[in-house]
Design a protein around this ligand. Structure first.
Ligand code: LLP
Length: 416
């Protein structure tokens, strides 16, 4: 079922017309579908239903409290990378015993907060971090559950900015060093070895990099067992891609079947950290055409959303489909447009060369904006962040108010 459909020549999210959302909440505005979110979570989990597993939503993809709360109610765990994300998950009712804490730069304060919350596991990314975690836990009289994030040195075949499993990335420990570091960890009094972790990148659209990385992780798990270290869970990270235009990422069921076949009869829990795959196609960014500007070489549609609202096109040259919410059926000529925002940068575009029949005031939907959209937004050009709404059938809920301009400098002051 697709939650974003054209009915009576108007795009709807579930049963609500996107035009009515733009009227009520104004633009730019992120709109999420509760049923699309639910369906994505449930179909990801379904592949692992009769084996011990935990799906930890990667909070960075979309940290909205309402989304975290929805996933928590569905039984999700969470992958966090900061004390801020920990606080969000707890505020949203997430179960701390289902939290994994990733990231290369955990501070002492973040370690303390996570130990106090009694999280499921720390994904440790270096020997120094391991030592620090042992010290912090010892000071607190606690034992920290850990996995080492190993870097399997496989090519995820994705954009270089979001590939993380190659030797030259800052993430994880080198595969060759992992056994030694585990042996050191085994001697630390305030560390308990629970798992092995690996995450090779994001927007991965082929199955083979996942399987190659998993093979290496399984070989390490077996080598650890030979050294008397029994692993209780394997965290295979996130990274499954979504379709933005014509990509064909692995289906969840195919992914699950292949991973389970590799796991064989080993008695370990499987942990995953999907982000984009659960939220990416469950959200759109609504924006209004402010001006049409025709120059000698290009036609520009200047819209009220910008790179500060959705940074992916500017940062990665990422493609997002752009649809007119009410495709024109009059004689307006379809032209090839640059869809650009009002920010003072030439890189401020949302789409190149889009053929659309537009009139000023039209509402556009930037598709597949549920992941790394709002979460990477900023206040550049002193632009208030967009409102966010979630549609549930024929109900529409405001889940984040639009920022007010005064909010943007409320923490600042001039010299006396
Ligand atoms: N686990 C770890 C340790 C991660 O670093 C990430 C993403 C994930 C899980 C979730 O990956 P996903 O399932 O969403 O692919 N801003 C970029 C994506 C950066 C991904 C960073 N790490 C983008 O907009 O494409």
């Amino acid at each position: 079922m697709n939650s974003f459909t054209l009915k009576n020549n108007t795009f709807h999210v579930e049963n609500i017309a996107l035009t009515s959302i733009a009227d009520e909440f104004n633009t730019p505005c992120y709109v999420y579908s509760k049923s699309a979110l639910t369906q994505a979570f449930e179909s990801f989990s379904a592949g692992f239903k009769d084996c011990d597993h935990l799906v930890c939503f990667a909070v960075k993809a979309n940290p909205s409290l309402a989304i975290l709360n929805l996933f928590a109610k569905l039984g999700a765990g969470f992958d966090i990378v900061s004390g801020g994300e920990l606080a969000r998950v707890l505020a949203a009712g997430g179960d701390p015993k289902k939290i994994v804490f990733s990231g290369v730069g955990k501070t002492e304060a973040e370690m303390q907060a996570a130990l106090n919350a009694d999280i499921f596991c720390f994904n440790v990314e270096s020997a120094s971090e391991l030592q620090r975690l042992n010290d912090v836990a010892s000071f607190m009289g606690k034992v920290a559950p850990i996995s080492l994030r190993v870097n399997p040195n496989v090519d995820a075949k994705t954009h270089p900015y979001i590939s993380t499993g190659l030797k030259n990335n800052k993430f994880g420990v080198a595969y060759e060093d992992a056994l030694d570091i585990y042996l050191q960890a085994a001697k630390m009094s305030n560390i308990a070895i629970h798992g092995v972790d690996c995450h090779i990148g994001s927007q991965i659209t082929e199955l083979s990099p996942f399987l190659d990385a998993f093979d290496r992780v399984l070989a390490l798990v077996d080598a650890l067992a030979e050294n008397g270290i029994v692993i209780q869970h394997i965290d295979a990270g996130g990274g499954i891609g979504i379709c933005y235009s014509d990509e064909t990422p692995p289906e969840f069921t195919v992914f699950a079947t292949a991973m389970r076949a590799k796991l064989g009869s080993r008695n370990v829990k499987l942990v995953f950290e999907p982000g984009r795959a659960l939220v990416g196609n469950a959200g759109v960014l609504l924006t209004k055409v402010e001006y049409l500007k025709h120059t000698e070489s290009k036609n520009f549609a200047i819209v009220d959303a910008a790179m500060n609202d959705l940074m992916r096109p500017a940062l990665y040259d990422a493609y997002h489909d752009i649809k007119a919410v009410q495709p024109r059926q009059d004689d307006t000529e379809a032209l090839t447009y640059e869809i650009v925002g009002p920010v003072c940068e030439s890189g401020d575009f949302l789409g190149h060369d889009r053929t659309l029949a537009l009139v000023e005031g039209d509402i556009l939907a930037i598709m597949s904006a549920g992941a790394y959209g709002m979460s990477m937004s900023s206040n550049y050009n002193t632009r208030p962040r967009a409102a966010e709404v979630m549609v549930d059938g024929d109900q529409c809920h405001l889940i984040r108010k639009r920022e007010q301009i005064a909010d943007l400098f409320a923490l600042e002051q001039c010299l006396p």
